[in-house]
Write a protein that binds this ligand. Structure first.
Ligand code: PDD
Length: 284
């Protein structure tokens, strides 16, 4: 079955789907994006993703040129045309096409691309064995709360991790605290058994999966603290994991050369993996 992408008003065969060479997303990374999971054909937490999309656009003063309802129609249609049951939808909006000039165009026309593809949730092996992360300096700007397509530092961190035989890189700020992963939020269970993840602010993306996990953990009566944690604390943690739309909740069993606890996914981590899996199956 051939894939289809939505590009500025048209559904095109994937191989022909292209934006103009002067699209500002291409020239300046002047745009934002969202990734939404699809489970059994249903979008997971769509409203929260669209809210964050509107927030990112607003912070960059890019016009949202259509209603949320109209955008949802395009998203559903793209999922349908690609026959995605388990997978992801990618939505990108940029400040559109204009003669190259750093300042905003006089009459910007927001550009929209939507793609959908089949993709399985993390494998049983990841869930049962966990993954390795490395730590590396956070080289990003001070507005990581905006889901901008300007991802060069994140790209370099992910490759650094892969080159080191790891699946993710946790980025470390000048004060020694972990901000987040290159495309995931970072979590630990501290020495007192509290679930810890960095508080929201400009240093991290406000993950939609993060929010869901916080809600699930709190309904289980887990004690939660939203605060920065250091690399040393993470290495000495009882448990660690990362979350995102594509990684779901993936246990972390090694950070750099340090094995976390006994090297197996922790008890709370495994419980949250199961709860989040059920949640995504019912979170239409
Ligand atoms: N990444 N932090 C960063 C820097 C991210 O890029 C992401 C998501 C997250 C987790 O957010 P959420 O739970 O809403 O997916 C945290 C997406 C999946 C990506 O870039 O592909």
């Amino acid at each position: 079955m051939s894939r289809v992408a939505y590009v500025n008003g048209r559904y095109l065969p994937h191989r022909l789907a292209a934006v103009h060479v002067e699209d500002r997303g291409y020239q300046f990374a002047d745009g934002v994006y969202e990734v939404i999971a699809v489970r059994r054909g249903v979008l997971v937490d769509a409203e929260a993703h669209l809210e964050r999309l509107e927030y990112s656009l607003g912070e960059l003063r890019i016009a949202m040129d259509r209603s949320r309802r109209a955008l949802v129609v395009v998203i559903h249609e793209t999922v349908r045309r690609n026959r995605v049951r388990e997978g992801i939808v990618y939505i990108q909006m940029t400040r559109g096409t204009a003669r190259r000039d750093h300042g905003f165009p006089a009459a910007p026309q927001t550009a929209l691309v939507v793609m959908a593809r089949s993709q399985s949730p993390p494998s049983r092996q990841i869930v049962e064995d966990g993954i390795k992360v490395i730590t590396t300096p956070d080289m990003r700007w001070e507005r990581c709360d905006i889901k901008s397509v300007s991802l060069l530092p994140n790209v370099l961190v992910k490759q650094l991790a892969r080159d080191a035989g790891a699946q993710e890189g946790w980025m470390v700020r000048a004060d020694g605290t972990v901000s987040e992963g290159s495309s995931t939020n970072a979590w630990i269970v501290d020495s007192e058994g509290k679930l810890v993840t960095r508080n929201l602010g400009n240093a991290i993306l406000s993950g939609i999966t993060r929010r869901a996990i916080l809600d699930l953990a709190s309904s289980e009566g887990v004690e939660i603290v939203e605060r920065p944690f250091t690399v040393a604390e993470a290495k000495a943690a009882r448990e660690a994991f990362m979350t995102s739309t594509t990684a779901y909740l993936s246990p972390v069993v090694q950070i750099d050369d340090s094995i976390i606890a006994n090297g197996k996914p922790g008890h709370l981590t495994s419980l949250l993996v199961e709860l989040y899996d059920s949640y995504t199956l019912s979170a239409g």
